[in-house]
Design a protein around this ligand. Structure first.
Ligand code: WT7
Length: 706
């Protein structure tokens, strides 16, 4: 496509269906069906709408309750739903202690270090029990934490992370794990928001062959939290190699302590699990949204654990003797729900890997699967795309067999799905495409693997007990098979739903419930559809195809980045006057970030400023947010009221039509920016590719909130 023959195609929602070929259905292999946890269609009866909310007793009964609950769902303070009210339980007891009687010597976790010459560590339920108790005793007696306090973790993919999570859960302390790849500053902002007095971190970890200095980030985090008025009293530092310190950053006297040294004091200590009300918060998980700072999604104890246990059993098809590997980072909700809490509640063996998929070569994941006998594999499209690109035939070289595979986090292209099935799964595995969000605790849309066929590119219908609907902007239902897209919502509450945004109940109402609420005084859940913030279409067979975010969030490799956060980071560079972040299609990561900045008077464009902006974003958020390009432009395209038109810059970045710009305050700038950006892209080999109808729609609608 050259710049000249780019035609003015405006694709309407109705046209999308015409562009989309309906994919054919794939049926699960008989061997899978024969052993599946859910293979009797009677389960659909039990979870049909008439049986809501009582159907979820089945999930709650997977847990051990200290005190059984009396009310399944309390809607009296809608939409702050309360599940399993009156019940009491402890999450650490459910994930560890209760398995000791029958399987103390089974591996709870198998940890695979990145350096291949380092041995894997199998941590039995017995050992996990000891480690969790000892660290819980340390947190309580040395850290001085009490039930209800918050503790922030900034940990990489090491077994100390689930140990720390379960230790907090044992004490009824709320943990908040910040993805290890995020910057110290991003961690500090989350410490301040949650008002944590303790930070748990690690000296270093391996990534792509390098032992990364991680403790340095703790110093930045403490400084940033202090700027925001919160003083971190103790920094507890696990060491990647106990006894040897891998960081250049000095230990601060009286503040920083090595956990391996302190633990000697707590050998053999047992901490009674604190019996927590079902609706007590278990953890916070920060995520990005349309406006302002990241928000802390607050997850519950009983509802959350019941939901992740139930979905792990039926959708992940986890049996106690499976070897289950979810190749995600525990720093994201996927890891909390489907590496730690769901699998351990079911007493299975959960594999954790420290490093990157392609280290030291793209055969690594398949060697791990072969060595450990992994039979359930779970990962994201971005990882699948990368492995397909760099090692398309690698899986054939290894002798492993998956019965089940999952994809999560972004839409998966049907060709990539087929490679996943045919090559990674060797045609033997069933696949579930699971659609959900940080706020949801567990899956919302997927197929029950033995009972519902797969359709590449579609997640499937709502999961058991979850009833999605698509609404248009006016709240009218968009019917299945209409070929029209709209906003996917969930009509009913479910046990895994987050309880609120930490400290910001109004924002919770505004973002997720106000849009389609029928009556704000109502205590009937039917009046409170949950607005997910995703565009979707429903085929005639009831399967949903998720199109992506409808808010100003850019999904990079399955991670949500808010445009506001990216722009505020760019604006920390003194010379920058204005900034606009837009998504650009990326063959591996799904989307990448491009930044447009204009400068304050007196400054000249140049590569130094581009670097400064990229570095500022890395420092404020993390490497994951590093922009693909920074464009220093003479001015931003703006409306007459002065708002930056992100859809115009997004169109330029993606070589698509920018639409009608005649009503802008400065229409002439559009052509200037277009020539500048396109010339630079062509010169550096970033050539345009044709966009799918859904991608076009996303770009055309980007920044519609402006
Ligand atoms: C957003 C949520 C849920 C854990 C990982 C991401 C997109 C998620 C799918 C899927 C298409 C998906 C949505 C959603 N998304 N799963 N299977 N197919 N899109 O959690 O960071 O909160 O992101 O990821 O846009 O809203 P998250």
């Amino acid at each position: 496509m050259t710049l000249e023959d780019e035609s003015d195609v405006a694709v309407s929602e109705a046209q999308i269906a015409v562009h989309w070929r309906e994919e054919e259905l794939y049926f699960p292999p008989a061997a899978f069906v024969g052993q599946a946890n859910a293979s009797d269609p009677a389960i659909f009866e039990r979870f049909k709408e008439e049986n809501f909310p009582e159907c979820y007793r089945e999930y709650a009964d997977l847990l051990t309750w200290d005190q059984y609950w009396h009310t399944t769902l309390d809607t009296s303070n809608a939409p702050f739903w309360k599940w399993f009210v009156g019940g009491k339980l402890n999450v650490s007891y459910n994930c560890v202690d209760r398995h000791l009687a029958t399987q103390r010597n089974k591996a709870a976790l198998i940890w695979v270090p990145e350096p291949e010459e380092e041995q894997t560590q199998a941590i039995t339920y017995q050992e996990l029990y000891r480690r969790v108790n000892e660290f819980a005793a340390l947190l309580r007696d040395f850290g001085g934490v009490q039930t209800g306090d918050r503790v922030t973790f900034h940990l990489p993919m090491v077994p100390e992370l689930p140990v720390s999570m379960l230790a907090c859960a044992r004490l009824g302390v709320i943990h908040s794990q910040v993805f290890g790849g995020f910057s110290g500053s991003a961690c500090g902002g989350r410490i301040a928001d949650s008002q944590s007095r303790i930070l748990v971190t690690m000296d270093g970890y391996y990534r792509n062959g390098e032992l990364i200095d991680h403790k340095a980030k703790a110093d930045e985090a403490v400084a940033r939290a202090r700027e925001e008025g919160v003083e971190v009293e103790r920094v507890l530092v696990w060491r990647r190699h106990p006894g040897q310190y891998a960081s250049e950053s000095p230990m601060v006297e009286g503040r920083d302590f090595f956990v391996d040294e302190l633990l000697a004091e707590y050998r053999d200590q047992i901490v009674e699990p604190v019996s927590m009300p079902a609706e007590a918060p278990l953890f916070l998980m920060y995520t990005s949204g349309t406006t302002g700072k990241p928000k802390g999604a607050q997850h519950s104890t009983g509802g959350y654990l019941a939901y992740v246990a139930g979905t792990s059993k039926y959708y992940q098809d986890i049996h106690p003797d499976d070897t289950y590997w979810c190749f995600a980072d525990i720093g994201w909700i996927t890891g909390h729900s489907y590496i730690v809490y769901g699998p351990l509640a079911l007493g299975t063996t959960s594999v954790m890997y420290e490093g990157v998929p392609t280290y030291p070569d793209p055969g690594r994941p398949w060697r791990i699967a072969e060595r450990l006998g992994v039979n359930i594999f779970h990962t994201a499209p971005t990882t699948i795309r990368m492995l397909r690109k760099v090692g398309p035939d690698e899986p054939n070289k290894y002798n492993y067999h998956f019965k089940h595979m999952t994809t999560v986090g972004e839409p998966i292209e049907p060709e990539v799905w087929r490679w996943y099935r045919d090559v990674v799964g060797k045609g033997e595995a069933v696949i579930v495409d699971t659609w959900w969000q940080t706020e949801n605790g567990g899956f919302l849309g997927s197929t029950l693997p033995a009972l519902q066929p797969m359709k590449p590119g579609s997640c499937g219908p709502g999961v058991l007990g979850v009833f999605p609907v698509i609404y248009d902007e006016h709240g009218e239902e968009v019917s299945a098979g209409s070929g029209r897209a709209g906003n996917i919502c969930i009509r009913n509450p479910w046990p895994g739903i987050f309880q609120t945004i930490w400290g910001q109940p109004e924002r919770f109402l505004d973002i997720y419930y106000r849009k389609y609420c029928r009556d704000e005084k109502s205590t009937d859940w039917h009046d409170w559809p949950y607005f997910a913030g995703d565009g979707a279409m429903q085929a005639a067979d009831g399967y949903f195809r998720i199109l992506g975010r409808v808010d100003d969030v850019i999904n990079v490799a399955g991670h949500r980045l808010g445009t506001k956060e990216l722009e505020s980071a760019a604006l920390t560079v003194d010379k920058v006057a204005e900034a606009a972040a837009v998504p650009v299609m990326d063959d591996l990561r799904g989307r990448a970030v491009e930044m447009y900045v204009s400068l304050k008077p007196g400054y000249e464009a140049g590569t130094d400023i581009e670097h400064e902006v990229a570095l500022a974003i890395e420092n404020e958020i993390g490497k994951i947010a590093r922009p693909k390009n920074v464009w220093v432009v003479p001015d931003m395209p703006k409306t007459r009221s002065g708002k930056i038109m992100r859809r115009v810059t997004a169109g330029i970045s993606n070589f698509t039509d920018v639409g009608d710009v005649t009503t802008l305050a400065n229409p002439e700038i559009v052509e200037k920016i277009r020539i500048q950006v396109h010339a630079a892209k062509m010169a550096s080999g970033q050539l345009p590719r044709e966009l799918t109808a859904a991608e076009l729609e996303e770009i055309k609608g980007f920044g519609h909130a402006d």
